[in-house]
Write a protein of this length. Structure first.
Length: 408
């Protein structure tokens, strides 16, 4: 929901979102387009086919989705379509004017290929209904959700600005103070959502927007789930819902009792990416990335960006603890540390959790030492018993020999 997107940009975004090409392939294609602009101009889809990054049939399907969504957008009563804003894996988003209130809005359209699947339709409406339960300055506001001409749509607040993934994809590393301010605003959004018993489950840079006035907005409630929705939790048991680079260990395991600490982990992974310029765990595929979330030790962010304060690094490490019992218990506790950092004070909650972890390690060490001592004492006792038995046997043999000499 940033500025209007031309067709090439929209095509590229959809190709990325649908997994048809990589970021590097798209960047290479755009660079080639710029080079050939004067001498041999070409549109993005033709160039990507020429370079072998996508097939002709894939390009046709993307074109079909874009045109179909545009046609659907014009069928929604009460709104005038002004242009395309972007695309995701499941929808295209348009900028529009709500005629009744004469205000600019964003409209998300579900393509017909997803409309035929009841599961996708249900998820689409759940996103709108979940967003509709929330009313907070740091959350993108829901306006309407419905169906027109066989197409499902979701109308929401238009955010004039950008999402932070735009900067991260360009290689930017956020200054600590700026990143901290953004994370604090997202934390307030999550605190509000959690108070309504909603878990976002997909906190990541792409879902964090900043408007022209610097206000941060948490977007996309597509994976949000009510903590009270036991039926949905049970139906998703054992399945990993989330984005691999930012997903919590309990989401990977498909736990049914996901709570707000999963969002704290995702926010921590986002914070990590912002201040280091890299995601917490890298691998060649999504499955291996998720394995690292489960098993691999996190490299402290201040080991990558040595200009970071120890306090920020501690907070991120607590946010991303693999065992959720070692994370902040809720966003309120997290905010206490984040706001302390903003004021130049130490993060007391993080300090306490680090101290507890160290004490637990010491206790485990003492326990092992006691076990070793017990084993040693037991071995010594057995050795003494063996010596006594051997001594007794030797004494018996000595008596027999003496008797034999006497009666000889």
């Amino acid at each position: 929901m940033t500025n209007e997107t031309n067709y090439d940009t929209l095509f590229g975004k959809m190709a990325i979102e649908q997994g048809l090409c990589t970021d590097e392939e798209l960047k290479h294609s755009l660079k080639q387009m710029e080079t050939r602009r004067k001498s041999d101009p070409v549109i993005l889809q033709d160039l990507m086919i020429e370079l072998g990054f996508i097939t002709i049939s894939q390009a046709r399907r993307l074109n079909s989705s874009i045109k179909e969504s545009k046609a659907a957008a014009h069928q929604i009563p009460g709104y005038k379509i002004l242009g395309k804003l972007g695309a995701g894996a499941m929808a295209v988003v348009y900028k529009a004017r709500q005629l009744s209130l004469n205000r600019i809005v964003a409209i998300k359209i579900l393509p017909s290929r997803f409309s035929e699947n009841p599961e996708y339709v249900e998820r689409f409406y759940k996103e709108g209904q979940a967003a509709g339960r929330l009313n907070h300055p740091n959350i993108v506001q829901a306006i309407d959700v419905g169906e027109a001409g066989g197409y499902h749509y979701f109308v929401m607040e238009y955010v004039e600005g950008k999402d932070i993934s735009d900067d991260l994809n360009a290689g930017r590393i956020f200054p600590e103070s700026e990143a901290l301010e953004i994370i604090i605003q997202v934390a307030h959004a999550l605190e509000h959502a959690h108070a309504q018993n909603l878990i976002h489950r997909d906190v990541k840079p792409k879902n964090i927007m900043i408007n022209s006035k610097g206000v941060v907005k948490l977007a996309d409630m597509g994976l949000a789930r009510a903590t009270s929705d036991i039926e949905a939790a049970q139906s998703e048991e054992g399945k990993a819902y989330g984005t691999p680079y930012y997903i919590s260990p309990e989401q990977i395991r498909g736990k049914i009792d996901i709570d707000g600490r999963a969002d704290i982990y995702g926010l921590g992974a986002t914070f990590y990416h912002m201040v280091t310029g890299r995601v917490p765990f890298m691998a060649d595929n999504s499955a291996d990335v998720m394995k690292k979330h489960l098993k691999e030790k996190l490299i402290p962010p201040d080991h990558i960006n040595t200009s970071l304060s120890a306090g920020v690094s501690e907070v991120i490490e607590i946010m991303m603890a693999k065992d959720r019992e070692n994370r902040y218990k809720d966003v309120k506790e997290l905010l206490a540390d984040l706001e302390a950092l903003r004021e130049g004070k130490p993060p007391l909650q993080a300090h306490r959790k680090f101290d507890v972890t160290e004490l637990e390690s010491l206790e485990e060490g003492e326990k092992v030492e006691d076990e070793d001592n017990a084993f040693a004492e037991e071995t010594i006792a057995q050795y003494r018993t063996a010596i006594l038995i051997l001594s007794a046997v030797a004494a018996v043999f000595l008596i027999i020999i003496v008797l034999m000499f006497i009666f000889k």
